[in-house]
Design a binder for this molecule. Structure first.
Ligand code: ZN
Length: 366
């Protein structure tokens, strides 16, 4: 009886399916059909990961959260000396730096493009359109150039994780290069949607740097390749219709199964494939969302199909619950997390040091 009650609360599809399979023959067919579909999705489409039992035994031994709260996460980090943390970030970690969310047509930036009669606002980020007419993109780029923007508390919190040897990798949707400005080494960084930091000629692939592109863009010129004299130099940000950087594919495969904790900050978790990264950690890996609202939740179809997709807040799962949402802005959340971890002074000192050196750089530039 005891065993049964325990099993009832389980979210683990495999167990459920095994149990169902032994009960009725019609169920057996349904289940094997469902199981085949699930495996197909898992293996071919990589939409889901296989449940813990099918991965390895060690995931069963991982401790989960004792409290489903920020305090629970803090306790977990303190107890796991070599906790391998992956951070995932979206526009929310850069808004306090004053960077507009340029992909959103409501950001106001798009009014500057009225004169170009775009077929639709997002056309400026479509490769096909860019090849024909790169001018609207560079007009917008002038407004977005990563200049004078300073990293936020959230950026420095991520850097502190790295300094403490806890950061496995930082995955960002942002193209503003603020992680680099904050001093995060490039090997710890995956810029999933590319970056303004570098650019390439679309014709001969000759590489260009941000300062080179910046000069042309500020002049109002379309950056033309100096190697082949023909191609347009496009910053390495990912356009619609372009593949994500190879680095993203390779490292995501390697990192997520390794992670002991996932922290998602300031992303609405709607853009794929970035959003589905949350499903690639082990079933026992706690996931903390720091965001203005709850996002990335498991939808009803996934639940029905028994797919391990999306975050499950306020619910005990097979391992006692692992998803925590802290609602508010990223800087406040990161500061609170740092305070609770006893890192307040260190974060403060790091920010002060870095901001002074950025100020000194600005002065020497002018
Ligand atoms: Zn070229």
């Amino acid at each position: 009886m005891d065993k049964e009650t325990k099993e009832e609360g389980r979210d683990d599809n495999l167990n459920e399916e095994k149990q169902n399979a032994s009960s009725e023959s019609s169920d057996v067919e349904d289940c094997s059909e469902m199981e085949r579909l699930r495996r197909y999705l898992a293996q071919k489409l990589r939409l889901v990961d296989l449940p813990a039992g099918e991965q390895s035994d060690e995931s069963q031994l991982q401790p989960t959260l004792r409290k489903l709260s920020l305090d629970g996460i803090v306790e977990y980090i303190k107890e796991n000396e070599n906790c391998k943390i992956i951070t995932m970030a979206g526009a929310g970690i850069s808004t306090s730096a004053g960077i507009p969310d340029f992909r959103s047509p409501s950001s106001g930036l798009y009014h500057k493009l009225d004169k170009y009669n775009l077929p639709h606002p997002q056309a400026i980020f479509e490769l096909e359109f860019f090849m024909k007419n790169p001018e609207p993109f560079f007009t917008l780029a002038r407004e977005l150039l990563p200049e004078g923007f300073k990293p936020t508390i959230s950026h420095y919190f991520i850097r502190l994780l790295w300094e403490k040897g806890l950061l496995l990798r930082h995955y960002t949707q942002n193209i503003d290069t603020l992680e680099r400005v904050a001093g995060l080494p490039s090997e710890k960084l995956v810029e999933a949607h590319g970056t303004f930091h570098t650019g390439h000629c679309l014709k001969c692939r000759a590489p260009y740097t941000l300062p080179w592109m910046k000069e042309k863009i500020i002049e109002g010129a379309i950056p033309k390749c100096e190697e082949c004299d023909e191609g347009v130099v496009k910053p390495d940000i990912v356009f619609f219709g372009e593949m994500l950087p190879e680095r993203f594919q390779v490292l995501a495969d390697r990192d997520f199964v390794e992670a002991d904790l996932l922290i998602i900050m300031g992303s609405s978790l709607v853009v794929q494939p970035f959003a589905s990264l949350v499903d690639r950690v082990r079933t026992t890996c706690p996931r903390l969302l720091i965001n203005n609202e709850k996002v990335g939740m498991q939808d009803r179809l996934s639940r029905f199909l028994g797919l391990r997709q999306g975050l499950v807040f306020d619910a005990k799962s097979a391992h006692g619950g692992r998803d925590v949402a802290w609602l508010g802005d990223c800087d406040t959340g990161c500061q609170l997390l740092a305070d609770k971890l006893g890192w307040r002074d260190e974060l403060q000192a790091l920010m002060q040091r870095e901001r002074e050196s950025l100020k000194a750089e600005d002065k020497s530039d002018n």
